[in-house]
Write a new protein. Sequence first.
Length: 533
Amino acid sequence: MSAVIQSIDQIVSINPATGEEIGRVGVTSPDDVAAAIERSRDIFHRWKTTSFSERRRLVMKARDVILAEKEEIAHLISSESGKPFGEAISMEIAPVLDLMQWIAKNAEKMLRPRRVNIGLYAMMGRSSKIVYHPLGVVGIIPAWNFPFSIPLGEAVMALMAGNTAVIKPSELTPLVGLKIGEIFEKAGFPENAVQIVLGAGETGAALVEAAPDKIMFTGSVATGRKIAAAAARNLTSCVLELGGKDPMIVFDDANLELAAGAAVWGAFCNAGQSCSSVERLYVQQNVAETLTKLIVSKTSELVQGSGDREDVSIGPMSSERQIKIVEDHVNDFRENGATVLTGGKRNADAVVRNEAGARTLFFEPTVITGATNDMRAMQEETFGPTLPITTFKTEEEAIALANDSEFGLTASVWTRDLAKGKRVAEQIEAGSVCINEVLYTHGIGQTPWGGFKNSGQGHTHGREGLMELVQPQHIHTNHLSILPDAWWMPYTPTAVETFRGFATKFASGSLIKTARLMPQLWKRISELRKKKS
Ligand code: NAD
């Protein structure tokens, strides 16, 4: 059974579409957070000995629980985060189910002890093997924008590697966090293998302070810096998945109809609140007008409203704080001479009236032309439904514009010339670059996810993400332990001459050169054997 620890104050969970309360939860005190880490460490010593087949069985059971409850889970995600119900299924539930089956089936193979080719050391009768050990307790601190798939996926990968987990969900989505705990409980995981602690930044800080063995953080650059600084006090290693300002480059030979559809989805899904949203669009000058018209036309077809309606494509922003950032950025574009072609304001039609009064957290999908990289709104993460468009003339200019950012999470390149697409993609400073695709690579759990530059450090997902959750141990064996090693003490002139040979012959990696060292090596070993007391 997974424990839920609550006490002291409460968090009220609000539906951002209606302003209505969905529920409330108690905040976990710092002492209780520390106690949760201790319980997690206790159960870790048992959990790490479970077989991969048992871990796989439980993860597949958790998948069954999710599948059985997917409609209810999608409604909860939608009502707490504001995203459309359909998006909760397509962008959270489906990808995490895929990640779960993949890691359940493949973790054992990826974590199997492996022999390493140690070159000429093998000639001396040595061998090396890498064994992977779990780390212990993994502390997971996610953002609110993918409140289900991100923490759940990270917890499952941690468990498959033999770790236990304590999750502190975002204060905006605590009920989704509790649901994750419930899923592990229903699947039959041991008590305390996954625990949920609740609260805002202070609870997250208490989790870092309680010194788990790894921290998996998803959120803003500002919070990432605080967590890295606090974790350094205990030398706790962190994976930081931070913000983005992701560019989309459209060349004049691209399929413009598809590029426009991708730009609209990439910029406006989850109301633009995805770390890998298209936040900057660079289009080659001679097709800019055509592409922009297509984008505006496709944007005009989108229905905005409460996420529980199946015809809705864009829900509300998550919070007043977030919508104010979007308003500030749109004003920055306007004041600096860019043109707002459509949208640019809160959606008056989507105002919801209830006992809490009239409110709207809906921001209209906004298309902007004439944006330039020197505008503040082209440099800071907006995290809202805005699509600023800039033109370029040459390939070199497009690459330079895309790389002119502190961020480097994802990017996309659109062209029918795949050789050009690959050439450009490899020059872009971003963790994932798509050719003729946008945004969705976080959903491919088999591939590493992580940012360049200020978009983060370390990885989740893929083999690289799994390696973050284990401690590789090198086991080195001398199979011919009948002779002393030439580099042992006492040192003599013969020893020093042998060491010169190590540097010039053995370290060349050449078998022929190393063979020439043999007489000197034997002289040295004989010298050491004679000194035997
Ligand atoms: P945030 O940084 O405000 O909060 C993230 C989490 O950190 C929350 O759970 C919060 O309670 C907790 N927290 C806050 N202060 C803390 C502290 N001092 N110590 C420990 N925990 C603390 O971010 P947000 O507004 O929830 O999320 C939006 C950001 O997340 C955006 O920048 C977005 O790009 C980023 N994001 C990145 C990825 C990625 O994979 N790179 C994915 C999703 C979101």
